[in-house]
Design a binder for this molecule. Structure first.
Ligand code: SAH
Length: 466
């Protein structure tokens, strides 16, 4: 798969400074999808073209990673497919890695050029395009690009066979380089409409980051959001809601009026959130910890429910805490509401006195982010030191992964997962921890139960033994 970007800005070779790739020096970079090669087919002061080629090895992609059982359902499609040739989400991953600083709009050597709209020509060979040429036009034209999408024939030697579902895309226009790269970063996978890895909540953050300044006003933002998030409806809704919130924020300048909590629109929730809320309600807890709260999905729900009078979100990542703070609109909450919630930066493998004395602790989709050898430290800190009456833990059920199309070759659901457990492994862990710290543990499925592989996620409900 090949992408080229050309400019006739004078001097055109400034493109090399913006991309932080020297025109005289071809480079190769390893990415999850394969080896990415960057070079300049032409580099004169009048015109400069950079080429990014991703060399995908489909056999390597299909290989299970270390420590992972190979999926028992052999499927030829995992080995014989269009991935080596078509501009898919793998190209986007490579783009993100190879041109990272240019995507962010940073440039050490040409900072003044970052904000200049450059005359650009972009070509993508063999772009899969679900929905046909019309969709390509719908996506790029509103962003100021002149679009030419030429269908690629199935086989030029047999014109009777007609066209393939791939097009050769050519965009011309005057845009800042970072804008152009962000358009590609979001819209190429949208056209492909088949993400080659598991799509999780933080893809929403990625989308909103890359779409900053143009997505909220795009006439087909719903289509873009839905497809970018691999048609996961709950994620798409959460992204659209946040886009809406961002544009509302631009419009409202003065103090927000007091909102009656019951009128506050309920955020849309994902599966584990629902299961956790049900278990929490059952526990009767009023003062709760959300450990590894991330960007605050559960915190939003807890704040919307008056039975929770004291809520603490803890995470090791300050970036996540900042997002949570923004999503919760902490700076604009009325005092009484503001007093119900605290966000603290904390590492869950260390004893933290601030987390002592609460009714319940939730670890929603968190434990799989820690190295397995670090788990005993987390157990000591949470069950031993913080020691709430109820602990609720959810984690993916790895057996269910075979049911996710497009996941087989990526193995785990998330790049940052250190492990994923079977039902038996999770049950054994819960039983051992319960025994060690004086709790009773019950396991519940989360989501629809498949007769062979169980539910997508699993929940352990720990209550302090009487
Ligand atoms: N509970 C949230 C986020 C899950 S992602 C939700 O379900 O939406 C996992 C979170 O755990 C991340 O935000 C990560 O920063 C946090 N995390 C991982 N290891 C941690 C540790 N050792 N201490 C505290 N937080 C940790």
């Amino acid at each position: 798969m090949l992408l080229t970007i050309s400019t006739t800005h004078s001097p055109a070779t400034d493109l090399g400074f913006l991309l932080v790739k020297h025109p005289d020096r071809p480079q190769s970079v390893e990415t999850t999808g394969g080896t990415a090669y960057v070079w300049y087919p032409e580099a004169t002061p009048a015109r400069c073209t950079v080429a990014l080629l991703l060399d995908v090895d489909p056999v390597e992609l299909a290989r299970p990673s270390k420590g992972q059982r190979s999926p028992d359902n052999f499927s030829l499609g995992r080995y014989v497919n269009d991935r080596p040739y078509a501009a898919s989400s793998l190209l986007t991953v490579a783009l993100g890695k190879v041109f990272r600083s240019a995507l962010k709009g940073a440039s050490r050597d040409r900072p003044e050029l970052v904000d200049v709209a450059l005359p650009l020509e972009i070509e993508v060979s063999a772009l899969p395009c679900r929905g046909g040429v019309k969709v390509v036009e719908q996506l790029f034209a509103p962003l100021g690009w002149a679009v030419t999408a030429t269908p690629v024939p199935l086989d030029p030697a047999f014109p009777d066979w007609g066209d393939s579902r791939y097009v050769q895309l050519r965009l011309t226009g005057r845009r800042k380089l970072a804008e152009a790269l962000n358009h590609l970063y979001v819209l190429l996978p949208v056209l492909d409409d088949a993400k080659h890895y598991w799509v999780s909540e933080d893809e929403v953050d990625k989308l909103l980051r890359a779409g900053e300044g143009w997505l909220a006003g795009h006439p087909v933002k719903e289509l873009i959001t839905r497809r970018y998030l691999a048609n996961r409806r709950s994620l798409a809704l959460s992204a659209l809601e946040r886009l809406q919130a961002a544009s509302d924020e631009l419009e409202t300048t003065d103090e927000p009026e007091e909102v009656d909590e019951s009128e506050r629109k309920k955020p849309l929730v994902k599966l584990p959130t629902e299961a956790v809320l049900a278990a929490l309600a059952e526990s009767g807890a009023a003062r709760v910890l959300d450990l590894g709260c991330g960007p605050g999905t559960l915190l939003l729900e807890l704040m919307a429910d008056r039975r929770y009078i004291e809520i603490v979100g803890a995470d090791v990542s300050s970036a996540s805490l900042r997002i949570a703070e923004r999503r919760l609109k902490l700076d604009r909450l009325p005092e009484r509401q503001r007093g119900r919630i605290k966000l603290v930066q904390s590492a869950l493998t260390y004893h933290d006195d601030r987390l002592k004395g609460y009714d319940a602790a939730v670890l929603m989709e968190v434990i799989e982010h820690l190295d397995e050898v670090r788990l005993p430290a987390l157990e000591r800190a949470v069950f031993g030191h913080a020691n709430p009456a109820t602990v609720i833990v959810t984690t993916p059920n790895v057996e269910y992964n075979v049911r996710y199309e497009g996941l087989a070759h990526e193995h785990l659901r998330h790049d940052d997962h250190r492990f994923e457990w079977t039902r038996a492994q999770f049950a054994a862990w819960a039983a051992r921890v319960a025994e060690a710290y004086g709790y009773d543990a019950h396991i519940r499925p989360v989501g629809d139960v498949d007769p062979e592989v169980g539910s997508p996620t699993q929940l352990a409900f720990f209550r302090k033994a009487a």
